[in-house]
Write a protein that binds this ligand. Structure first.
Ligand code: HEM
Length: 483
């Protein structure tokens, strides 16, 4: 099998590797003077954009530090940017080529809202929807103040050529919670490997995996202009999807979703429902996510957490679902089983690998305060993902997997053979018009048993409060766009 050659100097740094960050500022802007914006971007910004070669190099330095070979460097700034469909119209005029259909529609379009069962835009954060969003800057760095200094310098340089519509900073959680999202689970464990970039950890036995269990996916799933997956074969390349315009090569689509998480309510719900089901709360929480807080997957640890396993990248993602025919270890509807069903659906791995995304999210907002038994402070997750087709990847996962109680299809009860309706993804699944949700089999029948249980979920613990779709151009394309 050949290895695709990625043009790392031309690809923005966040998608394939991820900008190194403890803090990340999202600055959403409207272009108020296109001519001036282009000039200032040429002068001050385009040369500062962090490319994938830099993020790869920074990862190597971090790895070397872990192995006791420190190299001194200054603090790293990561700067990336993308444009909405409105933004591209402003830069290129009405005769610009059309890109991905979902991108052209936009996240706030009524058709998108309906397709995803999102709350109406009138219920989103008012500031976020207060004006047209043409683009976003992503500024990442080691701490909040560092990012803020670079934000003010960027704002000063762009002056009145842009109006800032909304800006907010995400932070990794403090102390031992670092790496956990606000419900308390380790995040950012399972990401697709990229052919041409991710090195197989066991090349002689598993040449098609990066870390164990991390499938190598063809880069055309995330970047335009490269071979994508072959929908009939999990490892072979498919065709290179024709580019909508030659400058789109090395670009990617970014989905941004601002989720508020109702942490005290989630905790209370889990405690009460676990008591009703007669299981301990941590087990129910793990059944909802598909992993324990440590990151250990239910497929490998069905009844108790194992911190060592959770923290071990050679073990914590090395599993599939086909052997767990009757959801004894992990419910069909658990968040990670819905969002990446691996070998479970009828089309198997070949099918699911055409619906992968690269996630680059970061939490925002304060820790739950003492005595905060009802959410009083806004906190949650800036969800960010990259893909080559928003419809086939992010929107497919949200609407056809997480929101769809029938998915995964074709499952039967072990005792009666009756068909199973798995239910909604209890973390991100959304029912129409905010209707209640349910999940099958919250209490495990492991290793055997046929107790039938159901989790009714009348409220949502993850609430969408803003969303936008962006095209993240290559560095070359950025130069052309502002010429
Ligand atoms: C507040 C919202 C969310 C929370 C709290 C959350 C939490 C988590 C956690 C704890 C994991 C397990 C760690 C890991 O494997 O990296 C995970 C995995 C994942 N999530 Fe989410 N998530 C959220 C939103 C979303 C959304 C909107 C999507 C896409 C529609 C998504 C897709 C995924 C995928 C694809 C995985 C990896 C599954 C795998 O490969 O096994 N998540 N998420």
């Amino acid at each position: 099998m050949y290895t695709p050659q990625l043009e790392l100097d031309d690809i923005q740094g966040d998608m394939l590797v991820g900008m190194q960050k403890n803090a990340e500022l999202f600055l959403f802007f409207k272009i108020t003077d296109a001519r001036r914006f282009k000039m200032l971007m040429r002068q001050y910004v385009v040369g500062q954009v962090t490319n994938a070669r830099t993020t790869v190099e920074r990862e190597r330095i971090i790895e070397a530090r872990k192995q006791g070979r420190p190299r001194s460097t200054g603090p790293w700034l990561g700067l990336n940017l993308g444009f909405t469909c409105e933004g591209l119209k402003h830069l290129l005029g009405a005769r610009r080529p059309k890109l991905d259909p979902a991108f052209e529609r936009g996240a706030a379009d009524p058709a998108t809202v309906a397709r995803l069962n999102d709350p109406p835009t009138g219920e989103w954060l008012h500031d976020f929807t207060s004006d047209r969003i043409d683009g976003v800057f992503l500024l990442a760095g080691p701490e909040r103040d560092f990012v803020a200094i670079h934000e003010s310098s960027l704002r000063r340089r762009l002056g009145a050529a842009v109006k800032v519509v909304y800006a907010e900073t995400g932070m990794v959680r403090p102390g031992r919670e670092k790496g956990h999202e606000h419900f308390g689970f380790t995040d950012n464990i399972s990401q697709p490997g990229i052919r041409g970039l991710t090195r197989p950890s066991r090349p002689s036995t598993e040449p098609d995996q990066g870390l164990p269990g991390q499938a190598l996916v063809w880069p055309g799933e995330f970047l335009l202009g490269y071979p994508a997956q072959n929908p009939k074969h999990p490892d072979r390349p498919g065709p290179v999807v024709p580019l909508p315009a030659s400058w789109a090569k090395n670009g990617s689509y970014m989905v941004f979703r601002r989720f508020e998480q109702r942490v005290p309510e989630f905790r209370r719900f889990v405690t009460a429902q676990a008591a009703r089901l007669g299981i301990y709360p941590e087990l129910l929480a793990a059944r909802v996510v598909g992993r324990w807080r440590s990151g250990a997957p239910l497929e490998l640890m069905p009844l108790e957490d194992n911190r060592w396993l959770g923290a071990n990248p050679m073990r914590n993602n090395d599993f599939s679902y086909a052997g767990d025919l009757f959801q004894r270890a992990c419910p069909y509807a658990a968040h990670i089983r819905k969002a990446n069903p691996r070998d479970d659906p009828p089309g198997g791995m070949a099918e699911t690998r055409t619906h992968r995304i690269i996630r680059r999210s970061i939490p925002f907002g304060p820790e739950v305060q003492p005595g905060e038994t009802v959410t009083r402070h806004r906190r949650g997750l800036f969800f960010v993902c990259y893909q080559a087709s928003i419809e086939r990847q992010f929107e497919f996962i949200q609407s056809r997997y997480s929101n769809s109680p029938d998915f995964v299809t074709g499952k039967k009860r072990p005792d009666t053979g009756a068909p199973v309706t798995p239910g909604f993804d209890p973390i991100i699944g959304q029912n129409r018009e905010g209707g209640g949700r349910f999940m099958d089999e919250p209490a495990p029948n492991y290793p055997y048993g046929n107790r039938r249980t159901m989790l009714e979920i009348p409220e949502e613990f993850v609430v969408l409060t803003g969303a936008a779709y962006f095209f993240m151009p290559s560095i070359k394309a950025l130069r052309n766009l502002v010429n």
